[in-house]
Design a protein around this ligand. Structure first.
Ligand SMILES: [Zn+2]
Length: 478
């Protein structure tokens, strides 16, 4: 009798809780079993080593640094590609570029690929994306699985591409959407993907952000028309180059300040701690460390090493730092793992060999005693201009192969990252090379053989004149 009464009372409590959850969203706020929200932020062109939490001396990133203190920071997160389209497709699918195959301007994702947004939508999430750059627009297939794919910040500025300011308007859109989600009763958890564009060249932060990092500059260099600007070259004066870098840093701080507004809104809504917040980037930018500027040209660390910070206090203890390499493609399965969503069939290239598949890092960052991180090799390629370069990076070493080397350029590059983290000394012809190559060569060979066996998930994209003009304006010319 007593047992029956307990069961009945429990049943009544569950029914009441369900009604309350439906009416007020209280389950979202307090229920242990409610799914967390997900906010995935990609700050385009943000190299890891320019953030305070990654050791940069300038105060470029107080909001991201606070996030890192309260969550986990991956010290060595490596992108799969050195430019926006393939890297973002990897971020949003968990597929490497060799499999999603959206690696030129002429391709889009095939509908039979399974995206992170589709996986979360199938688990009951309300999905929305807010993007602000022309290389993350829906016509590449990035919108697959999103109920809302807002690219109005791109459309608002069809002529101005590089020097347009997007963060204020973009963050207004996101915060407005969050308010509406809350007002509508928070019936489902949200997945918001936010793509921030201002750090991408041209670097034109507001004057106070220029002042912040380079108040004494008296020259006249600027970064407009970055790719084609003849004044931005490898032999430019060091002082002018220092100013260009200060402008880049100003854009980072400007973006960080606006990102902080979203965190504040989530906190004000009382949902920050039940939201998985992920901040990362698609690639960095180089400032002639290896003779080039911008991105999409090389596979050095300044381009491939991206920030990756995850805050979710329900499962991740604050202040955790992971030194082992992880990959941009691991982000999507890790979000599913942290959210407790089983990956749907076909998600994240399950046909790849185990060591090559995207990994759910949850067991290695969540709980009271996270398991040690496995030794993941990160593979990257610049396939844009015909498989020009490929690379493998382990914890302490890196191999870059050039299938189409530049005139007088190397065919092979080997770096000991422990001794030479800035990749200034190519060991390919040195005595140190054979032992490093004995490890790296077979890794890259096995990866490429495995990737060749996979079904490609891209299809031809019909060029749209207005979009093509935008891409050309940014220097993305094939
Ligand atoms: Zn990009």
């Amino acid at each position: 009798m007593r047992a029956w009464r307990v069961v009945r009372l429990c049943g009544l409590a569950v029914a009441l809780a369900s009604v309350l959850w439906a009416l007020t969203g209280v389950g979202q706020r307090a229920g242990d079993r409610a799914r967390p929200n997900v906010l995935l932020v990609s700050i385009d062109s943000l190299r890891a080593d320019h953030l305070g939490s990654y050791g940069y001396p300038r105060d470029t990133s107080p909001a991201i640094d606070a996030l890192a203190r309260e969550g986990v920071l991956f010290e060595n997160a490596i992108s799969s590609a050195p430019w926006t389209v393939p890297a973002h497709m990897t971020l949003l699918t968990g597929l490497p570029p060799e499999v999603h195959d959206v690696v030129t301007r002429r391709q889009k994702l095939a509908p039979d690929a399974v995206t992170l947004a589709e996986a979360l939508a199938a688990a009951g999430y309300e999905t929305a994306a807010f993007v602000s750059g022309p290389t993350v627009m829906a016509h590449f297939g990035f919108d697959q699985g999103f109920a809302l794919y807002d690219e109005s910040m791109v459309d608002a500025s069809p002529q101005k591409i590089g020097d347009v300011v997007t963060s204020p308007g973009l963050v207004d859109l996101v915060n407005g959407w969050l308010e509406r989600w809350s007002d509508m009763g928070r019936a489902a958890p949200f997945f918001v993907f936010l793509h921030m564009w201002d750090v991408h060249y041209d670097y034109v932060p507001p004057p106070e952000y220029v002042q912040r990092f380079d108040p004494d500059y008296t020259g006249d260099i600027d970064t407009r028309h970055f790719e084609s600007n003849p004044r931005l070259h490898r032999d430019m004066s060091p002082r002018d180059l220092a100013h260009v870098i200060a402008l880049y840093d100003g854009e980072i701080r400007f973006t960080d300040d606006h990102l902080a507004r979203i965190f504040s809104r989530l906190r004000a809504l009382g949902v920050l701690d039940e939201t998985i917040v992920v901040v990362t980037s698609d690639h960095g930018d180089e400032f002639f460390e290896h003779g080039q500027k911008g991105h999409a040209k090389t596979l050095y660390e300044e381009v491939l090493h991206v920030p990756l910070v995850v805050r979710y206090p329900r499962r991740i203890a604050g202040g955790l730092r992971v030194a082992a390499p992880v990959r941009l493609m691991d982000v999507a399965p890790t979000i599913l793992g942290l959210a407790g969503v089983a990956p749907p069939a076909g998600f994240a290239a399950h046909t790849l060999d185990a060591g090559h598949r995207a990994a759910d890092l949850t067991p290695h960052v969540a709980g009271r005693a996270p398991a040690p991180m496995p030794a993941l090799a990160a593979f990257s390629a610049n396939r844009w201009l015909g498989d020009r370069q490929s690379a493998v990076r382990t914890a302490g070493a890196k191999l870059i192969r050039h299938a189409k080397p530049l005139p007088n350029g190397p065919v092979l590059e080997v770096f000991d990252l422990d001794r030479d983290p800035r990749e200034q000394q190519n060991l390919a012809a040195a005595e140190a090379a054979p032992p490093l190559l004995a490890t790296l060569d077979p890794l890259l060979d096995a990866w490429q053989a495995d990737a060749r066996r996979q079904t490609k998930l891209a299809q031809a994209r019909k060029p749209v004149a207005q979009h093509e003009a935008r891409l050309r304006a940014l220097g993305y010319v094939e």
